[in-house]
Structures are given as structure tokens and as C-alpha cells.
Design a protein around this ligand. Structure first.
Ligand code: NAP
Length: 496
């Protein structure tokens, strides 16, 4: 049975999407093996069980994929915008039709609970709907030259073959957030998903082919040696754009490589989001917002609340309520009904979260709930609330990427703004207050690309997503997202 028949399968509950998802490299519209037939295993982080083996690309496979993207670029750039719009809308519909099966696949390889995975499929599809619309709005300009005797024609053209690299935490949405604008702009691409979660991207590849995206326009390369496969493509001079989502550490390596060919880059990197709760905030809303900002994706989100600053007059009550809610969350295999918190992605992630918690406790923090790493199988970590976290603790400056909420008191607005900005990151921040003047004042002073004012989620396909400082360069989503895949060309015309 092909994925086309998936709707019926998933509605009967008899879906075997894990068995049916393609596991090869998608190159030039064909599913192919890696050189020498190499493969690597994809495992379920809740159980450690092997789900499938997928093709393990070698550097020459990456170059084959880039050649396919380069070969398809010129003709794809000529495809009318209405047709590109149609491809994206068909892919949007297919994602919705197959939501349940795709969610199951995502939960199995990434760990997040089924309802969260289903939510991500809807979120991911929305990038296709949004950029389908943007494809129709690529505009240009025509004006008289101020000196007279001439005209300026300003056109926007696809930037060209693009390299797209995505992380494991949102295996589908981080892909559609890049592929949506690339296809809308008329760019071909090679996309490389994280080795932990390639299956969702491979399922997406099949959907895109079915939606009518021409051969060679989207190529998918899965690999264990990400650097070994990507670097030759980056340095080849054949690709014109790199769009990366992942850690700041890898982002810096890639920026250096891109300098060799002055390649355009979009960098969506790490975060260290502050979450500020002023004494005049609605406490129920602030606790609910903190729960969302902290626990979305088990804390494995770049926008996750990493440092929670609460006014000293309310911190005790805030901590009590947050700990009660986090302590009640059901932890387990995300495939099981009612589970709210799945496993972390792998043992390294579990080790890191545990080390950060131990470090904070050693420096005098107190656990209101959680704080103990459970035994295996699976890479679980309990929702944890810590109070009295020292500014010297590692988690004050490092991305936790797990379900741990460190609370720190503050007294003055200036003081908390300084604490919030005391980081090399600047992706998201959250501010809870009922004082409008303060809300706007603080939102403007915080150095981050996105601010949630009395809201715990900032990610929205229709809004510009991205960071300042070491959190990145460029924006995805919103009306600016497509600009990252367009070149501006000026044509000077003599008329006089
Ligand atoms: P990561 O280690 O940087 O990996 C991200 C991607 O880069 C993966 O596909 C990885 O492949 C690949 N990669 C690793 N080394 C590479 C190299 N030398 N050359 C080319 N590609 C390379 O990050 P992660 O741990 O998967 O993801 C978590 C990070 O992503 C966090 O810091 C988080 O904040 C950030 N993130 C940011 C955003 C945002 O929009 N700002 C969104 C989500 C996540 P392999 O996994 O196969 O090695």
C-alpha cells in the first residue's frame, strides 16, 4: 500500500506508516540507495527499539543531490507562480489528510506525545498554506529615474539552489518552514533532516512528489556524518543559499564555510528565553503561560522558557502553583493515550539535563518537584521546578532543552531587564504584566527577536520568526520569510 491510501488506513487505525515510509535518498525525483548501500538506524526514544534503517549518504551522494537541484533550477524558476501555489496547497491538503499517520510516525521517532505531533503536522502544513499565498505576491517595482531620461525596473528572482538543514525537535515544521518559501520563490533545494528524525522528512518528500513538485526540485539527503556530506556541497559554489536551523555551535561552523563562497545564509539558532512575571500580572494566566512556554515539546524548543524571573512578592505562590501543575503531568511513551510528556531525544540529552539540574542543586537550588533522573528504558526526565537558582548556575547561561523550570526572584524592572539581556542569545522572551506602559517599555528593551506579551507561545507561521545576537540571522515565516529565498535585481532602462 502506498502513502496515497494512508487516509483510509489511518482512519481504521490499521496504519503501518513506519513500514511504508520511503527510506532511500530522494534525488532527482527517484528514491535511491546511498553509495555502497550504507544505512543507519532510527530508534524510538521511548523504548530504544529500532524503527527503520535509512540510507546513510556519503559526500558523493550529497553532490548528486545538489547536481539534481542545480539541473532543475532553471526550469523550476519558469514555473508560473499559480502552479507553485497549487503544489503547496495540494501538499497542505495531503498533510491534513494524513495527519494521524504522520503524527504517529513523528511520535515514534521523536518522542513527543501524539496530540503534540498532530499539532505539529497542522502547524507544519500552515507554512505551506501561508507560502502558497506568498508565491502569488512576489512583486517588483517600476519608477522614473530621479536624474531623468531613464527608468528603474526592480525584479525579484529565486536565489537559486538552496541547502536546507533541519533539527530533530520539530521534524516536520522546521522542514516546511524552509521548503514552503523555497518552493514559493521558485528555488530548488537539497534538504538534510537530523539523523534522529529522518522519517518525517522522508514522508514529506513522498507527499511533495504526489503534490506535483517536479523531479529534482526537492531532494532529500539523510546521513550520519552531517558535516562530511554538507561541507562539499557548501564549498562547491553551486548552491546559492543555506538555511539552517540548529545549534549556535554548528551555525558558526556553517557560517565560516559559507564565507568561502559568500553564500547567503539564514540562521535559526539556539535560545535562552527569559520569562518575566511582574507583580501586577494575572497569576493564573502567568502560570498557564509558563507551563506552555516551558513544557511545549518537553522543553526541547528553541523558544522554551529557560530562565524564569518572578517578582519577589509573588514568587512563592507562583512556584507552588507551577510545581503543582508540572508535578501532575503524565510522563511516558508518547504513543500512549493521556501521556503529556514524552522522552527526551537521546541519552546525551538526558545526560545534559541531568547534569544541569545537579549543578543547580549543588549551587543551592531547591527542587519543588522532579529533579531525579529515572532509570531506563527510554530517555525520560520528569517535569522539574527549581527555586533559588544561582545566577552562576550553568542553566542560567546554557540552553536546558528539557522540562526544567528554574525560578529566580527580582525586585526592580531595570534589574530584571538587565538579567533578561545578560545572555549571548536573543531569540524569544515572555513578559507577563497588566500594566500596558510597562509591557511595551519592557518588550522594547528586551534584546530578542520575538516577545510574547501575556502569551506563552510566539511561534506562528504568519509572523516573522527569528533571533538577534547569537540566536541567528534572518527571519522565517511571516511576509518576510520568502525574501530569504529571493534576489533583488535592478534593471536600468534608458528612455530619454
Ligand atoms: P544541531 O546539532 O546543531 O543539529 C542541527 C542540524 O545540523 C542537524 O540536521 C544536524 O545533523 C546538522 N549538523 C550537525 N553538525 C553539522 C555540520 N558540521 N555541518 C552541517 N550540518 C550539521 O542541533 P540539534 O541538537 O539537532 O537541535 C537543537 C538546537 O536547534 C537547539 O540549539 C535549538 O535551540 C535549535 N533550534 C533553533 C530553532 C530556531 O528556529 N531558532 C528551532 C529549532 C531548534 P545530524 O543531527 O544528523 O548530526
Amino acid at each position: 500500500m502506498s502513502l496515497t491510501e494512508d487516509k483510509a488506513a489511518s482512519s481504521t487505525g490499521a496504519d503501518d506508516i513506519v513500514e511504508r515510509v520511503p527510506t532511500g535518498l530522494l534525488i532527482g525525483g527517484e528514491w535511491t540507495e546511498a553509495s555502497g548501500g550504507a544505512t543507519f538506524e532510527v530508534t524510538n526514544p521511548a523504548t530504544g527499539e529500532v524503527l527503520r534503517s535509512v540510507a546513510d549518504a556519503a559526500p558523493e551522494d550529497g553532490m548528486r543531490a545538489l547536481d539534481a537541484a542545480v539541473a532543475a533550477q532553471e526550469s523550476f524558476a519558469q514555473v508560473p507562480a499559480l502552479e507553485r501555489h497549487g503544489m503547496l496547497m495540494r501538499a497542505f491538503e495531503l498533510l491534513h489528510e494524513r495527519k494521524d499517520a504522520l503524527a504517529r510516525l513523528m511520535t515514534l521517532e521523536m518522542g513527543k506525545p501524539l496530540t503534540d505531533s498532530a499539532g505539529e503536522i497542522v502547524y507544519a502544513a500552515e507554512f505551506f498554506r501561508h507560502f502558497a499565498g506568498e508565491a502569488l505576491r512576489i512583486d517588483g517595482g517600476y519608477q522614473a529615474s530621479p536624474q531623468g531620461g531613464g527608468r528603474f525596473l526592480v525584479a525579484r528572482q529565486p536565489v537559486g539552489p538552496s541547502l536546507l538543514i533541519t533539527p530533530w525537535n520539530f521534524p516536520m515544521a522546521m522542514g516546511t518552514r524552509k521548503l514552503g518559501p523555497a518552493i514559493a520563490a521558485g528555488c530548488t533545494s537539497v534538504i538534510k533532516p537530523a539523523h534522529q528524525t529522518p522519517l518525517s522528512m522522508l514522508a514529506l518528500g513522498e507527499i511533495l512528489l504526489e503534490a506535483g513538485v517536479p523531479a529534482g526540485v526537492v531532494n532529500i539527503v539523510t546521513a550520519m556524518d552531517a558535516g562530511g556530506v554538507m561541507e562539499p556541497m557548501i564549498r562547491s559554489g553551486q548552491a546559492r543559499k543555506l538555511s539552517f536551523t540548529g545549534s549556535t555551535k554548528v551555525g558558526k561552523i556553517l557560517l565560516e564555510q559559507c564565507a568561502s563562497t559568500v553564500m547567503r545564509t539564514s540562521m535559526e539558532l539556539g535560545g535562552n528565553a527569559p520569562f518575566l512575571v511582574f507583580e501586577d500580572a494575572d497569576l493564573d494566566e502567568a502560570v498557564a503561560g509558563c507551563l506552555q512556554a516551558k513544557m511545549r515539546n518537553m522543553g526541547e524548543a528553541c523558544t522554551s522558557a529557560n530562565r524564569i524571573y518572578v517578582h519577589e512578592s509573588i514568587i512563592e505562590e507562583f512556584g507552588r502553583r507551577l510545581a503543582e501543575k508540572m508535578g501532575q503531568m503524565r510522563v511516558g511513551d508518547g504513543s500512549e493515550d493521556g501521556v503529556q510528556v514524552g522522552p527526551l531525544i537521546d541519552t546525551d540529552a538526558q545526560d545534559k539535563v541531568d547534569a544541569l539540574v545537579r549543578d543547580a542543586l549543588d549551587r543551592g537550588a531547591n527542587a519543588l518537584t522532579g529533579g531525579e533522573r529515572p532509570d531506563g528504558p527510554g530517555y525520560f526526565y520528569p517535569p522539574t521546578v527549581l527555586t533559588g537558582v544561582s545566577m552562576e548556575a550553568r542553566m542560567a547561561s546554557e540552553e536546558i532543552f528539557g522540562p526544567v523550570a528554574p525560578l529566580t526572584p527580582f525586585t526592580e524592572e531595570d534589574e530584571v531587564v538587565a538579567m533578561a539581556n545578560n545572555t549571548r542569545y536573543g531569540l524569544a522572551s515572555f513578559v507577563y504584566t497588566n500594566d500596558l506602559r510597562r509591557a511595551l517599555r519592557v518588550a522594547e528593551r528586551i534584546e530578542s527577536g520575538m516577545v510574547g506579551l501575556n502569551q506563552g507561545v510566539v511561534s506562528n507561521p504568519y509572523a516573522p520568526f527569528g533571533g538577534m545576537k547569537e540566536s541567528g540571522l534572518g527571519r522565517e515565516g511571516g511576509s518576510v520569510g520568502i525574501e530569504e529565498f529571493l534576489e533583488v535585481k535592478y534593471i536600468g532602462i534608458t528612455t530619454g
